[in-house]
Ligand binder design. Structure first.
Ligand code: AGP
Length: 614
């Protein structure tokens, strides 16, 4: 799940590549590299381990010659982060240069065959076999495009490559073999761009062509030709992306994550805007791709997602089951694709992915498609693969999220699934007009409630001071707050590197209670709802074993004051929307603990914003 970019034009390529890589860094930041070639075929390669800033520092303002070039930001799969393993990779003659996103599944067998032919390798990566394979094909007199096509056809796996050569310095070849990582071709005036996805090239152009799996592009400054992996020519017309790239500045905040946490009231307002109506009460989803008659045939829903989106999907189960009385299963996308699920054309697949590019989720969608499932994508990225692959896309409208830890995309996804629940409930007649009016009113009040919760961060700073050096945390919730316990634990783990577990509070006595002692902080979601009394019992059980309790409660709760070590009080909120509010304290707690520990909040180690490998 790396970021790849290419440029062919008349301007110096290096600044364009470096700027594009900055926008792709969310896909990985273990190393970065660029390669440039001049008209005369002079090749320059610059690489550095670590984030893009290291590469920029090592270039140190030098002017690198070449108006054709490619660039890469890496998330390591094969071979540790090192200069040798950084892309671009070349062949023995330093002629062919390749950047890659994906995994070449049969690289070992290809590498051994190439070694037998005399090729020597400089890295431990799977990617390096590609320039060697291409060079081998070129030895037979093939041009770069043909050699690339023939080489890539020998690989297995879902991959995207961009290839350049000092022998044909006026072009780059882009090729995509499967659904790992997208490839988009951007059309400029006398110049062309290539990238893993849109944000990297949108500052330059909005006229784009998305390469589908099994397609390649031969890109020159003023023209591009398309073909299949078998060499059949393809006609492709650029589409114009109506997208306003939000300036990704931190806007005075120390970290993007904090900015994005604070943006949630506005983001949720955007999710709702134009989709609800008060008089008469209605929910409007013009993007819903199915006719009412077909929608009424749905007998089940399966939600597929990964990570935080999976947690949003778990909340979606409560919402859709409650509002539309449809049974809902929620599956980790990487598990769904390897089962033999019992689904058919009456089972609606909802794929949740803020990026719309998560390869496991895309693969689950393909699996669903093969089984005839109608499907919608709930995503933040217009034009993403999930959005294009599904029958329809419901955009969550969170705005650009830069922090690797999902925050505003989580809350806006939950709100989007609430809208789906309302819509299905309306169509299926499980919600009366009066209920719909009340449910819509609840939704309209939500942004204001979120704003109130975010007004004061001081409590989280105090908690962070007290707990930042602890090495374990437990998060407990019941009912609709159980997935929030999972999400709270995930947030803390991923940005502070503290081991944390989320548990259904009722499961405590079946094992985790053995962990409780005076060193175990327990965050308990004990809001005023149907399972509140049960949560109180769980809190008392923790206290009886000397655990430290941080209780998230509803304003006015006095009962837990005497039992919990710390109380965080939230305004009363409608039960189905309560998780959207109750996750905010957990995001802030994780954030302040991570800051206190000196962690890299926006780009935590080993992670990437978009996971485009299995
Ligand atoms: C969230 O904080 C994580 N970085 C991660 O779990 C993420 O939610 C997951 O990779 C899924 O991403 P997606 O929504 O783009 O599919």
């Amino acid at each position: 799940m790396c970021g790849i970019i290419g440029y062919v034009g008349e301007r110096p390529a290096a600044p364009i590549l470096l700027e594009g890589l900055q926008r792709l860094e969310y896909r990985g930041y273990d190393s970065a590299g660029i390669a440039l070639v001049t008209e005369q075929g002079h090749l320059t390669i610059e690489k550095a381990v670590g984030k893009l800033t290291t590469l920029v520092t090592s270039i140190n303002g030098r002017t690198l010659p070449g108006s054709v070039g490619i660039g890469h930001t890496r998330w390591a799969t094969h071979g540790k982060p090192s200069t040798e393993n950084a892309h671009p990779h070349t062949d023995c003659r330093q002629d062919v240069v390749v950047i890659h996103n994906g995994i070449v599944e049969n690289y070992l067998e290809l590498k051994r065959a190439l070694q037998r032919q005399g090729h020597t390798f400089a890295s431990q990566t799977d990617s390096e076999v590609i320039p060697h394979l291409i060079e081998q094909e070129c030895r037979e007199g093939k041009d770069l495009a043909t050699a690339t096509r023939d080489a890539v056809r020998r690989t297995r796996g879902a991959n995207a490559f961009i290839v350049m050569s000092s022998s044909e310095p006026d072009r780059v070849i882009a090729i995509r073999t499967g659904n790992a990582g997208g490839l988009v071709v951007g059309y400029g005036e006398g110049e062309m761009f290539l990238a893993s996805d849109l944000p990297a090239i949108l500052p330059h152009t909005r006229a784009v062509v998305f390469l589908a799996a099994g397609e390649m592009a031969c890109v020159e400054a003023g023209q591009v030709t398309y073909a299949t992996l078998h060499g059949e020519p393809l006609e492709k017309t650029p589409q114009t992306i109506a997208y306003d790239p939000v300036a990704a500045a931190r806007g005075g905040y120390k970290h993007f994550m904090l900015k994005e946490i604070m943006e949630q009231p506005e983001a949720v307002t955007n999710t709702i805007r134009g989709r609800i109506q008060f008089d008469p009460p209605d929910v409007l989803l013009p993007e819903w791709p199915f006719l009412v008659a077909q929608t009424r045939t749905f007998e089940r829903v399966v939600i597929v997602a990964c990570g935080t989106s999976y947690h949003a999907g778990l909340i979606g189960r409560y919402l859709i089951e409650d509002l539309a009385r449809l049974p809902v299963d929620v599956e980790i996308a990487s598990e769904f694709r390897y089962r033999d699920p019992v689904v058919d054309d009456r089972t609606l697949l909802i794929a949740v992915a803020q990026s719309g590019e998560t390869v496991d989720t895309l693969a689950a969608m393909e699996e669903g498609r093969a089984r005839g499932m109608p499907q919608i994508a709930v995503t933040n990225v217009e034009g993403s693969q999930a959005a294009r692959y599904a029958d329809g896309a419901l955009l969550i409208r969170a705005g650009q999220e830069i922090g690797v830890a999902a925050t505003k995309t989580f809350t806006t996804t939950m709100v989007s699934l609430y809208l789906v629940g309302l819509y299905l409930g309306k169509v299926r007649g499980t919600i009366s007009p009066e209920q719909l009016g009340r449910l819509i009113q609840d939704l309209a009040e939500l942004p204001d409630l979120l704003g109130r919760v975010l007004q004061d961060e001081s409590a989280y700073e105090r908690l962070a001071n007290r707990y930042a050096r602890h090495t374990n945390f437990l998060f407990l919730g019941r009912g609709i707050h159980y997935p929030i316990a999972l999400e709270g634990a995930l947030k803390l783990k991923e940005i502070s590197y503290i081991h944390a577990e989320g548990y259904a509070a009722g499961e405590m006595k079946h094992g985790p209670i053995a962990l409780i002692d005076e060193n175990m902080p327990v965050v308990a979601l004990a809001l005023q709802d149907g399972v509140y009394d049960k949560m109180v019992s769980n809190i008392l059980e923790v206290k009886a074993r000397d655990g430290q309790v941080i209780a998230i409660v509803t304003e006015g709760n006095t009962e837990l004051q005497e039992h919990a070590d710390h109380l965080i009080a939230l305004p009363p909120v409608a039960p189905l929307l309560a998780p959207v509010v109750s996750v905010l304290p957990l995001q802030l707690l994780a954030y302040h603990i991570a800051v206190r520990r000196g962690c890299d909040v926006d780009q935590p180690r080993n992670l990437a914003k978009t996971v485009t490998v299995e």
